[in-house]
Write a protein that binds this ligand. Structure first.
Ligand SMILES: [Zn+2]
Length: 64
């Protein structure tokens, strides 16, 4: 029955304990997170692009 541990989360970047309404401990970690999300998004676009190219190649090779 100890309520020592208040509701809290951990910073998604460095793992520091932060209040429940916060996701990051500092602006620096938020920037790092944003950069990571951006990178991941770009990788996804590149993957989709490659899939599209692959499909187009298959369609064209089937016509030959
Ligand atoms: Zn942090």
């Amino acid at each position: 029955m100890t309520e020592k541990i208040l509701q809290h989360k951990h910073c998604s970047i460095c793992g520091k304990a932060v209040p429940a309404e916060e996701t990051f401990c500092s602006d620096e970690c938020k920037e790092k997170w944003d950069a990571m999300v951006k990178k991941r998004k770009m990788m996804m676009y590149i993957m989709y692009g490659m899939i599209v190219v692959f499909i187009v190649l298959i369609l064209f090779s089937g016509r030959l």
